[in-house]
Write a protein that binds this ligand. Structure first.
Ligand code: GCO
Ligand code: MG
Length: 402
């Protein structure tokens, strides 16, 4: 089952996506997402110039061996560009294998551990009232878990606040936008927001919040404590995630569950967090953490320490990632929750897929393989547009984590 063709497809149906398509001598094809928001062409070039020439002629069934061939064979390890490229190859190979055996991918990953996958949606608004309105809208759509992000009084813009009712898209075309930030304003406002949410919507709905890497350990400890009465499902990315030991301090002060890992690329980036019980949910994804093969290893390590999964699923992860994530989520025992932001209709047309949403749950579908395809003809009508994630500055102009 030799690989005879490998195509790197860059398209922009509303936002940029990089997709790898592999084809075998038997005519079976598989897809992998290689999108790295704001740095898309680096992964596209890594794939086309360095990995694709080595893929042609390889046996598509040797998934584990191919992963190590590219990881260890590069000598230069880890990092988002390398790991997203390896992820795309790995995902495409799992897709091919499942198609060639005529089973949905989750059947190769140990079969279903649950009937469907719990997902959370993104409520947001320019102020408290609008955020409450948006939260109610998600409940009407059937969501059982919703994260809430809101505009903050005194700040012109805030992380996670979308333009429309459903969508939040951080990347902007051509040049990075600049946001303003004040930890003081934020820490005063967020507990008030969650008090209102619990008051209006009751104790049962799962509520989540993303601090997006902006706090120091002691500030995060304070926020975690202040939010305890509102019983969050999780508080995400309280501090910049590369300083794993910072979580020790936060843990000493609060029982608010913590979720980290959307920017991690390997098991080594979260090993300390997991082994020291410093997080409750690990947010690594198929696309940014080395594909199905590597993500399963992270999940298995986490399982030993009673850490559950909660994969990143913003719109910059293409439907190819979403499909792969749902097969993974359905199969691992220690699944926690899956982030879900519906893509735009143009994106859904470029990537027809078998996964579906109903009553706050999702299912990858029963199609052989991953159940996601690409309409290459349509994709070619949406050429790449340079886009950047925002920059964040404190009120005095100092650059801060975005
Ligand atoms: C999330 C994330 C996103 C990221 C975005 C970056 O929790 O969904 O924090 O909003 O900022 O995916 O590309
Ligand atoms: Mg996040």
């Amino acid at each position: 089952m030799k690989i005879v063709d490998a195509k790197v497809i860059v398209c922009s149906p509303g936002r940029n996506f990089v997709t790898l398509k592999l084809v075998t001598e038997d005519g079976v094809s598989g897809l992998g997402d290689a999108t790295l928001n704001g740095r898309e062409l680096a992964v596209a070039s890594y794939l086309s110039n360095h990995l694709v020439p080595l893929l042609i002629g390889r046996d598509a069934r040797r998934i584990e061996d191919t992963w190590h061939y590219f990881y260890k064979g590069a000598y230069w390890r880890r990092g988002p560009v390398t790991m997203s490229a390896i992820a795309a190859i790995d995902t495409a190979l799992w897709d091919i294998r499942a198609k060639s055996l005529n089973v949905p991918l989750y059947q190769l990953l140990g079969g279903a551990s649950r009937d469907a996958v719990l997902v959370y949606g993104h409520a947001s608004g320019a102020d408290m009232e609008k955020t409450l309105g948006s939260f109610g809208h998600f409940l009407n759509l059937g969501y059982k878990a919703v994260r809430a992000q809101s505009g903050i009084p005194g700040l012109a813009s805030a992380y996670g606040v979308g333009q429309g009712e459903m969508a939040y898209e951080p990347a902007e075309k051509h040049a990075p936008p600049e946001n303003l930030w004040s930890t003081e304003h934020y820490l005063r406002f967020v507990p008030q927001l969650f008090a209102r949410l619990r008051n209006e919507f009751g104790p049962e709905i799962h509520v989540l919040h993303d601090a997006h890497h902006r706090l120091t350990p002691i500030e995060a400890a304070r926020l975690g404590k202040d939010l305890e009465p509102f019983r969050l499902f999780w508080l995400e990315d309280p501090t910049p995630a590369e300083l794993q030991s910072a979580l020790r301090l936060i843990r000493q002060h609060t029982t608010t569950p913590l979720a980290i890992g959307e920017v991690f690329n390997t098991i080594f980036d979260c090993q300390q967090l997991i082994e020291e019980h410093l997080v409750d949910f690990i947010r690594t994804t198929v696309v940014h953490a080395g594909g199905i093969t590597h993500l399963r290893k992270i999940a298995h390590l986490a399982e030993i320490y009673q850490v559950r999964t909660g994969s990143h699923g913003a719109t910059d992860l293409s439907p190819v990632s979403m499909g792969a994530a749902l097969h993974f989520d359905l199969s691992v025992n220690n699944f926690g929750i899956q982030e879900y932001m519906p893509h735009t209709p143009e994106t859904d047309r470029v990537f027809p897929h078998a996964y579906s949403f109903q009553d706050g749950l999702m299912h990858p579908g029963e199609v052989a393989g991953m159940g996601v395809d690409i309409d290459e003809q349509l994709a070619s009508q949406y050429p790449y547009v340079p886009a950047y994630l925002p920059i964040n500055r404190k009120l005095d102009g100092t650059i801060h984590s975005w």
